[in-house]
Every structure is written in C-alpha cells, then in structure tokens.
Design a protein around this ligand. Sequence first.
Ligand code: FES
Length: 128
Amino acid sequence: MTVDSTLFVCTTCGSTWEDGKRIGTSAGEFLLQDLQVALADSGIQLQSVKCLSACLNSCAVAITAPGKFSYVLGQLPAQDQRSETVTALVQLAQLHREKTDGFVPYAERPELLKNRVLGRIPPLLSSN
Ligand code: FES
C-alpha cells in the first residue's frame, strides 16, 4: 500500500523584513505556490509551515509520512532556480512516496538535492 507523503514548505524562508514586519511575497511562498501546481493530484500533500528551524539554511522544506524516513532539506535555490528546485522536489517527493520505508539513497536523489539534505530521521518504532 502506498502511503501519501507530506511535503512541508517553510513560507518564512526568503522573506524581506522592514521594521520587524514581513513585506511582499517570500521565496518560500513562491516555492509553495509553484509546488501546489506541480503536485496537484500527485498523492503528495503540501503543508506550509512558518519555520522549520533551519533558518541559516534557507530555503528549507521537509518531507515525511507515517512509518517512513523523514528528510529536512535546506539551501534550496528557490529564488534563482525555482523551476529547477520545484522539479527536483517533485522527483524526491515521488521517490519518497513510492518507497515503502521512504528511504531515498544518495545515488537516487535528484542532482540538485544530493548535498542539500540537512537531516534524515528514521521512522518511529512501533510501540507494540
Ligand atoms: S524561516 Fe524557514 S526555516 Fe526558519
């Protein structure tokens, strides 16, 4: 059975601040908008989040699913190379969804994301 994966996108990353307030549309918000189109009807859920605590490695996203490995990715070129970033994230999300345990080996990761994984968290052990 394929378990849907959820891709979290930080919409605070790439923000412009003025007098302590965010102004305009952040790079993370643009990234989310493009991913909403790219992932429509893909079985991959999108969820915006205001921070993933990876701010020094902006732009950041994370992918997870019940019973699967989770990944946090950062330093995504969501401004300069947003189209390529979206394509790579869609590929990664599809691989994560297809894999029973969500483990996406380095060799299978899209080139743009190979060195942008900040962390990998194993699935929770069953409490039974
Ligand atoms: S603002 Fe995006 S990870 Fe903190």
